[in-house]
Write a protein that binds this ligand. Sequence first.
Ligand code: SF4
Ligand code: FES
Length: 384
Amino acid sequence: MTNTNPALNTPLALIAELTHRCPLHCVYCSNPLELQSRANELSTDTWSRVFREAAALGVLQIDFTGGEPLTRTDIIGLVKSARSAGLYVNLITSGLPLDEPKLDALIAAGLDHFQLSFQAAESQIATEISNTKSHAQKLRVLDWLKSRRVAVTLNFVIHRLNLHQLPEMLALAESSATRVEFAHVQYYGWAFANRERLLPTRAKLDESLEFFQKAQQRLEGKIRVEYVVPDYYGKYPKPCMGGWGRKLMLITPSGEALPCHAAKIIPGLQFDNVKDCSLAEIWSNSSAFQKFRGHSWMLEPCKSCDRRDLDFAGCRCQALLLAGDPAATDPVCSLSPQRPKVDAILAAIHSVAPTSPSSVVAQHAAPADRPSDAHSWLYRPNPA
Ligand code: SF4
Ligand code: FES
């Protein structure tokens, strides 16, 4: 492998997908459609080596995610070894499977930050979205966290079905967290397959933006309120992952190093594995990481656009999914020649989107392997 990019930043964070196993089956899961099995998961020792290599490379934070990281029976040991490598340890979890002794053991092992994800503010929509009864357990976990010394973020993934519950979601965060993140679904992976039922209308989105701005003003100095709007409604794309291979690195359960969650959908990329190479080698030299660094790969209008170092031409995976070319300008950009495709998707949403929350609930329990249609969800299954 040869490094062709000498002016390289250090990655700030490592996203460790410890497993793809999960008790929930969310319709917007960011995992790939092809999930990795338990048999191929990295061992505790290999992960521990990766944490040491990450710290040596200058990584500051590790995000334990999945699937559900708590399904790893060695999770306490993994937290301990990441902490002793000098990393800030963030656990992104559904709160299942967890009890109070295990929570205490995680904190004693050095957990710095607990990021609890919610599907809604109440159980009916939460159950519909995850095809699992998990809301009551999340409320229990939230209650336990109130008396623990660990930073807490509540993470609400928002979409058409739960946008009307923002006040109740915020109240949950006010009761217990120091930070709350309202992140709109991003449309790749499982969310792309379920997009037509998740995209909100422009009117509902605008109402939510007003809500977030007021919440930020009211809670300034008490709770950090952050929100991410759906790309499809933007004028310009977001700098996906802070730019390809610029700030973040993701390791899959079996050890492949990816520049983003969905990178494996891009044809022709070769991903190196932490079992064969050090993290430093991969960061500097991996062909997949180098593929969309810098400007030379860009096409017009990005190539000569004065925003190209702000958004890095948007999301490569979205460009592939919507334009059929991962090097194309992200089609959500208003300057993209492909933007009419996004406008057509939004126009179709507005012609069918239900107006009342009650009308969108209760299209239940599609089998996990059944393709989506107008009346059912494509639920994420559990890997073998
Ligand atoms: Fe960003 Fe490219 Fe759009 Fe310019 S043309 S705003 S660089 S996506
Ligand atoms: Fe892959 Fe955005 S999800 S670059």
